[in-house]
Design a protein around this ligand. Structure first.
Ligand code: SF4
Ligand code: SF4
Length: 336
């Protein structure tokens, strides 16, 4: 088993964390089964969020009576301190606990600071003084905010998208966090479904000793795969490297990484998924992408104002509106 010390928090975290977003899609009993099996298999870091519908409730139900065996991380997407206090009380109730280990501002558009008009950081400090949260942390999809958070010295951990498809910008964040004594939690370790080989993904993560990936788990076979990595940390083999090299080659150039740096879009286009729909349909075939919900999302592309906001923010230099149009056209061929 590989343990990571989460920066200056000193928390001893099993290298493979459990991302609790996908358990929204299974029943309470199924979720509890997966979560408890994860603990029995050696996992101890569980990351959920106030905005993941009933995920917190399922986590609280599963870990009732074994709170001391798990490290709980959740998030608040509150825009004000008043709202954050309410979120925190709901999270504590849902999680059936009187403290949260890692409390994260959920992808704010700016870096909350003490004395800010929003009151977010002050509310977190107050909660910390009351013993309701142990560490104040942040998640983000924006490089600028992530850098500001690290440079501020105000945060215990940063959660950011990171996988073997990451570029030098993300690697710089990992390295900066290490130097700053901040924990680095990797979201989207499977690049939001573009990476298909969990063991190759884990072998890459094993080469980054300070990074804690939180693997999204919905199915038992997914959990089993990551529990095998808990028992025996995967080493980079020529076979895994070949998978990684193949994916890096296939997914190089003008493809959307799903990072979301370009959002929000003024007409509500979910760019981070819609601009890579063709890839998702081919690499991760699932009927879900053709469901009425996603058809509706894809239809929003027709409302694009061509304002260029997304294009100017994409760190990969993509012509995002054009990419959306291409994906829209391709999507229609799947619906025939
Ligand atoms: S160009 Fe279109 S997709 Fe991009 S931000 Fe503007 S409206 Fe949204
Ligand atoms: S278009 Fe660019 S910024 Fe937007 S999600 Fe895709 S890769 Fe990220």
């Amino acid at each position: 088993m590989a343990t990571v010390t989460l920066g200056k928090t000193g928390l001893q975290v099993e290298k493979n964390g459990f991302g609790c977003l996908p358990i929204q899609r299974v029943t309470k009993e199924e979720a509890a089964y997966l979560l408890r099996k994860a603990v029995d298999g050696g996992m101890n870091y569980f990351d959920t969020a106030r905005s993941y519908t009933d995920s917190e409730e399922k986590v609280g139900y599963a870990f009732d009576g074994i709170r001391d065996k798990v490290i709980l991380a959740t998030k608040s997407h509150a825009q004000t301190g008043v709202e954050m206090r309410k979120h925190l009380e709901t999270s504590l109730r849902n999680l059936r606990t009187d403290y949260i280990d890692v409390y994260q501002f959920h992808n704010p558009a700016f870096c909350p600071k003490p004395g800010g008009e929003d009151g977010l950081y002050d509310a977190a400090l107050e909660a910390q003084a009351q013993g309701k949260i142990r560490f104040i942390s942040i998640t983000n999809h924006r490089l600028k905010v992530a850098h500001e958070a690290i440079d501020s010295g105000l945060y215990a951990t940063l959660q950011f998208p990171y996988s073997y498809l990451a570029g030098p910008q993300e690697q710089e964040l990992v390295d900066k966090c290490r130097q700053a004594g901040m924990g680095f939690i990797a979201m989207k370790g499977m690049a939001g479904g573009l990476i298909r080989d969990g063991l190759a993904a884990a072998a890459f993560m094993a080469q980054q000793p300070d990074v804690v990936p939180i693997w999204g788990v919905q199915h038992e076979w997914e959990l089993d795969q990551f529990l095998s990595c808990v028992r025996q940390e995967p080493e980079m083999t020529p076979d895994y490297q070949a998978v990684i090299d193949h994916d890096r080659k296939e997914l190089s150039g003008d493809f959307c990484r799903g990072c979301g740096y370009c959002m929000p879009c003024p007409v509500g286009i979910e760019i981070n998924n819609c601009a890579r729909m063709s890839l998702m349909l081919r690499r991760a075939p699932t009927k879900e992408w053709l469901s009425p919900k996603w058809q509706e999302q894809m239809e929003k592309i027709k409302n694009c104002l061509h304002c260029g906001q997304c294009k100017s923010k994409c760190p990969y230099g993509l012509d995002t509106p054009h990419l959306l149009e291409e994906n829209y056209k391709d999507y229609q061929t799947f619906l025939k």
